[in-house]
Design a protein around this ligand. Sequence first.
Ligand code: NAD
Ligand code: TYD
Length: 361
Amino acid sequence: MNKTIIVTGGAGFIGANFVLAWVKQSLGKVVNLDKLTYAGNLENLVDIQHNPDHIFVHGDIGDQTLLAELLIEHQPCAVVNFAAESHVDRSIHGPEDFIQTNVVGTFNLLEAVRAYWGGLTLENRQKFRFLHVSTDEVYGSLSKDEAAFTETHAYAPNSPYSASKAASDHLVRAYHHTYGLPTLTTNCSNNYGPHHFPEKLIPLIIHNALAGKSLPIYGNGQQIRDWLYVEDHCAAIRRVLEAGKVGEVYNVGGWNEKPNIDVVKTLCRMLDLKKPRSDGQSYINQITYVEDRPGHDQRYAIDATKLANELGWKPEETFETGIEKTVNWYLANQEWVKNVTSGEYRNWVQTHYIERGEELA
Ligand code: NAD
Ligand code: TYD
């Protein structure tokens, strides 16, 4: 079977890191379908813009006609679905896009893939994979002492974002159970690393610190997330694609739980060393506590034992090495940051943080 894969959402943060690594490792041709929303950025893909193994297609996962054409033309052996609206705060401000892309879009993608897959030879049908990239947020929130999420943890999504991802996970499950579509689902914890759009915590803090702006902490800053370096997530997806058992779910995590305030202070201390403030003060002085996120999940924690035991995956980076690589990338790519923080970004930070009593634009 052809080694071509179709990736959706490959101009966004994780998708771009995945596509860059796939092409650089010469793993085959990638057709990259992306709608280029505010979060999609072709600048993430400049390193491979002339590489014949990368074909960019501007389009929507909800467009079944386009999908059918791409599937017939390129005859992929796999589809990897990253495309989504991905920011919890935006889902609170305006949930509709989340339902449209994450639920209806995934449904349309599944329908197009089912039709294509049904037309393959038996041998190619068995080799084909549909890998759906999802999040640990579908499992809801944990208290401090509860065990980390395993793959059998009950779904209890709390935000419009996580509810829309949960709905898409259920559709993927149903397409395997009902039609036999060879699906795989990964549920991963919070990623960080290069090309991360600076509306999410880690890149927002780096950007605001360097810009002399306040560093907004929601509520008391004691909410806990598990953080995974993005390249480790991409390696996990490659491994699941290669050896995952059809119809199964794999949790992906960094074994690295941290309260938000600790993450922010770590970033401040690293920036104090690498790019000291001109007045000699610590960036920690820029921390400001702002109004909390409504329905803010207290804690996410991933138990990635299944992926480790069955497929032999474990993260390469520790939080310390990963965060240093991330800070170095942002310091070396200030032009990228400048380009993505103009335009629409300014409207978002203005509206969102003014509601929390902070002027960040
Ligand atoms: P992102 O917001 O940075 O990128 C999403 C990409 O999808 C963008 O390029 C956007 O243009 C594209 N897109 C949006 N709607 C589309 C549509 N209708 N059709 C085609 N393309 C569309 O998101 P991300 O952080 O890279 O996340 C990628 C996936 O991983 C998402 O499914 C997300 O739920 C999941 N995930 C993210 C994290 C995280 O920490 N960022 C953790 C676990 C899982
Ligand atoms: P975020 O990066 O939006 O990811 P998610 O909500 O998907 O976990 O936020 C990570 C954590 O940081 C979350 O608990 C919310 C918090 N946070 C802040 O305290 N301040 C901010 O300005 C942002 C964007 C997030």
